[in-house]
Design a protein. Structure first.
Ligand SMILES: [Zn+2]
Length: 218
């Protein structure tokens, strides 16, 4: 009888342990967390068809590029950029100059919403963005070509140089050829956006667009 009692106690204890452990979630220790590199990504202003600039948006400090000491050329004397973007661009084109990569011409910078509305109204091939949805309204984007551009900017050594170096100075090629399905914008070899050095480096290393960067940041 004593043996039977021990066996009963043992069986009850075994059943209790089984119930306790079988009710435990399988992977309580594997909590889902975003990979560390996606945490603390710096915030970057996203402007596209789904993310228009607020009506109240105003650039911080626009500078007229014609009035600055520059290491690049201008298509006209009224082109403006945010100071931070201008200074980064100037450092970048200074390096280009030092490496005998000359002849960059900035053709467009900041646009007011009114100017963008005009371009949008005049545009016939659907390439202009709706007013409020163009990065040019931030003062953080420029269009560029070269003095030696015989057809497309993409075919010039200046383009190749810019692709290799722009991210080091905080700029990204905003509308890459292989990402039109993500950006919703046709490939533009000439349009560069200032996002700051840290974000540009992360975007470059991951082969992201700004849309993908902003999605990973959340
Ligand atoms: Zn542009």
């Amino acid at each position: 009888m004593k043996k039977m009692g021990c066996l009963t106690v043992f069986l009850i204890a075994a059943c209790c342990l089984f119930l306790i452990y079988s009710r435990r979630p399988a992977n309580t220790t594997a909590a889902v967390t975003a990979p560390a590199k996606y945490n603390n990504l710096p915030e970057v202003l996203l402007v596209n068809a789904d993310h228009p600039l607020p009506d109240t948006y105003a650039p911080k400090e626009l500078v007229n590029l014609y009035a600055q000491k520059r290491h690049f050329l201008l298509a006209n004397s009224s082109i403006e950029l945010e100071r931070e973007a201008f200074e980064a661009a100037n450092r970048m084109f200074k390096l280009a100059e030092d490496e005998d990569m000359n002849g960059f011409i900035l053709t467009s910078g900041y646009r007011t919403r009114e100017k963008q509305a005009e371009l949008y109204a005049e545009n016939t091939d659907g390439t202009a963005q709706r007013p409020g949805c163009s990065e040019h309204e931030t003062g953080l984007a420029f269009d560029v070509t070269t003095r030696y551009d015989a057809g497309t900017f993409e075919d010039t050594p200046q383009f190749k140089w810019l692709i290799e170096h722009c991210w080091d100075f905080g700029f990204i090629l905003r509308y890459p050829k292989d990402k039109t399905n993500v950006t919703g914008i046709a490939y533009e070899s000439w349009h560069y956006r200032y996002v700051g050095e840290e974000a540009a480096k992360i975007i470059h290393e991951n082969g992201w667009t700004l849309e993908e960067y902003c999605a990973a940041r959340k």
